[in-house]
Design a protein around this ligand. Structure first.
Ligand SMILES: [Zn+2]
Length: 92
C-alpha cells in the first residue's frame, strides 16, 4: 500500500481530541494556504485545548478515507456530511 499524500508521513498535522479519541469522524479538512499545514477536524467548534498535533501517517491510519482528498491544493477545504458521503471541495 502506497502512501497517498505528497507530504512526508511524519509531517505534523492539526486535529482535535474528538478524532483522536474516536468520538467523531473527520468531516472537515483544510490544506492551509500560508504554510501548507493540514487540518483534519470533526467539523464542530473547538476551544484551543481540544487541538492535537499528530503525524499525517497517524491520521491516515485512523481514517484511510482521507486518501480521497490527498490531492487537495493549498488554500482549499473539503467537507462531508458523514464518513460515507462525498467530499465537497472549495477554495477557502
Ligand atoms: Zn473535534
Amino acid at each position: 500500500m502506497s502512501f497517498p499524500f505528497d507530504d512526508h508521513p511524519q509531517a505534523a498535522v492539526l486535529t482535535c481530541c474528538h478524532i483522536i479519541d474516536g468520538s467523531a469522524s473527520i468531516l472537515f479538512v483544510s490544506h492551509d494556504e500560508d504554510d501548507g499545514m493540514w487540518q483534519f477536524l470533526c467539523g464542530k467548534a473547538h476551544s484551543e485545548n481540544e487541538a492535537r498535533v499528530v503525524s499525517l501517517y497517524e491520521i491516515y491510519v485512523l481514517d484511510n478515507t482521507i486518501a480521497q482528498i490527498a490531492d487537495l491544493p493549498y488554500g482549499y477545504i473539503a467537507m462531508r456530511e458523514s464518513i460515507e458521503s462525498n467530499w465537497i471541495v472549495r477554495k477557502n
